[in-house]
Structures are given as C-alpha cells and as structure tokens.
Design a protein around this ligand. Structure first.
Ligand code: RIB
Length: 312
C-alpha cells in the first residue's frame, strides 16, 4: 500500500538571472537571461514526489496575487492536492536567484505569505498530520510551525523527513523526533557547530548530532554523493555524473524522490539510489520545478546509469 505524503512548507515564485559569475558586493555585472519558475523548497519537494508517483498533499500559504494563482495552478497540474493551501493577505513568497556558468546558485528568499503559516493552522490540521504516512518539512516557514507539526507526527508514528534549509539551529528535542534529517554540508555545520569542509569533518559533525539523539542523518554532498549516518554506522550513496545546467532544486528533487520511494515501502538503499538519480536529473535542466523528473525519465535514467554507480 502506498502511504500518503504530506508536505508542509514554502511556495515561492522564483525570479532567476543567469550570469557568467556571481557579482561581488557593490559590483554590477551583466546577466545573459532572466526567467521565472515555480519554486519554494516545500512546493518543489511536493512536486518532486508527485511526479515520481507519490500521493501528495501540500500545506502552505500563498498571497492573493497573480504569482500565487500561477503557483497554485502548477501544483494542481502536477497532481498535488492543494485543498489545504490558504490564500492570505500578504504577497506570495519570492526567491531571487542568481545562477552562474557552472550552474551554481545563490538565493535570497523573501517569505511573504509563507511566514504567515501559524501554529493555529497546524493545530487545525492535527488529524491530517496524524493520518499521513510520510511528513516532509523544510525551514522556509516559521520554525515553531515545523516543531509543532513534528510533535504531532511523531506522537502518531508518522515517518518524518526534515530538510533543515535554510540553515538555522533547531532544538535537540525536535531533532530527536525526526526520522531522517537531510542537511547539506553548510546546514550540517550550523547544526553541529563544527566545520564540514571535508569528509572527516562531516563525519565528526554527524557524530555530534547522533550523540544528541538524531536517528538518521542523510548528508547530501552534491556531485560527491550522499552519506547516511546512523547509530549503527554509515554508508555511501553514489552520485551520477551528469552535465550541470542549474543546481537549483537538486536537493528538493532528492528529498521528493526519497519521500516517494519510502512511501512505497522501498528499502533505504534503493530509495536513496532513486533520490540520487532524481537529484542528478534535476541539475541537467534550468529552474526549480521545471527541472524535476517524472517516473519515466527516472526509470530510463536508472536503467542506463545503474552500472556506473555500482563501480563507485
Ligand atoms: O531549493 C530551491 C528553492 O529554494 C528555490 O525554488 C527557491 O524558491 C528557494 O526556496
């Protein structure tokens, strides 16, 4: 049986400039292209899961504006249940993104409506959270909202995925309740208080979080693959080598892919292989939700590339 996936998170309108390099402070440079895309870590992860076969419902806030309408339509087109998305009296969240020639991005998020999601909204959704199979969260909505959703889900035995992005400190009692904590290196550094410049540093940082009671840490390291750290040891999840166009939402594709696979009761190693393939495919195209693979693309890609990861 397929478990229901509930994503509680941000919905943003991405305003993206493509440039040869990121500007230095105080510098003006000329970009090559401006485009807009549906984005927001929450919405990206919801769409990523839905495109990979997940039964996904999203909770989040948008504004009563054109951006919000467009984003809502896009979620519906992608088979995400939007009945719990509220339109509030604030501007829809936006993200100002610069992508350089290597596909690396820098992002400024203006939360707008995302910041209006409150604890009372989560309280009203208690039953929905309790009946979800997998809960997916990030940190582009207020932390207290995330913490409350985790408390409810944990008490009900729901599988909880937390992507601690953007990085901020999280109380250990919340981290203990998360089934899979999925940071990148800079998020792991902030959470642990240790440098994560190399693999040994990452291992030490992960150990700090494990000693504080974290269950499983899935560290995403881009083209360096991912590492799982838990109380019994660690294992490596290889990355796929692909041409990089735009890394935006690669992490979201990974998390959405993982959620979809876990909702189908796949074992963790195979679920992570699918997540890694989803992340790889996402970097080959421009934009956030525009870059997320569907199930056919993912299966074809895995058929072609599985051998490559076996040799790593
Ligand atoms: O993870 C990528 C996302 O981060 C973008 O879509 C942007 O909206 C920001 O939330």
């Amino acid at each position: 049986m397929k478990l229901k996936i509930l994503v509680i998170g941000s919905i943003n309108y991405d305003l993206v400039v493509f440039t040869s390099r990121h500007p230095a402070p105080g510098e003006t440079i000329i970009g090559s292209l401006f485009q807009t895309f549906p984005g927001g870590k929450g919405a990206n992860q919801a769409v990523a899961s839905a495109r990979l076969g997940g039964d996904v419902q999203m909770v989040g806030n948008i504004g009563q504006d054109g951006f919000g309408e467009e984003l809502l339509d896009n979620l519906r087109i992608n088979q995400v249940d939007t009945t719990l998305i509220q339109q509030v009296n604030k501007s829809t969240g936006t993200a100002l993104i610069t992508v350089n020639a290597d596909g690396q991005n820098s992002i400024v998020v203006v939360p707008g409506a995302n910041a209006t999601l409150g604890k009372e909204d989560i309280q009203a959704l208690r039953k929905t959270i309790q009946s979800a199979g997998v809960l997916v969260l990030q940190l582009e909505i207020p932390l207290e909202v995330v913490m409350q959703a985790i408390d409810i889900a944990y008490a009900a035995g729901v599988i909880i995925l937390l992507n601690p992005a953007p990085a901020m400190s999280i109380p250990p009692e919340t981290l203990k309740k998360v089934s899979y904590l999925i940071p990148n290196e800079s998020e792991l550094a902030l959470l642990s208080g240790l440098p994560t410049d190399d693999l040994e540093g990452c291992r030490r940082a992960a150990q700090v979080l494990l000693s504080r009671g974290c269950n499983q840490i899935i560290l995403t390291r881009g083209d360096q693959g991912a590492f799982v750290f838990n109380q019994t040891g660690e294992f490596f999840v290889p990355s796929f080598k692909v041409p990089v166009v735009d890394t935006t939402a690669a992490g979201d594709a990974f998390i959405g892919g993982l959620a979809a696979a876990l909702a189908e009761d796949m074992d963790l190693q195979n679920a992570l292989l699918r997540a890694s393939a989803a992340g790889a495919l996402a970097v080959t195209k421009a934009g956030a939700q525009t870059s997320l693979p569907d199930i056919t693309e993912l299966d074809d890609f895995l058929k072609k590339h599985k051998q490559e990861v076996k040799s790593q």
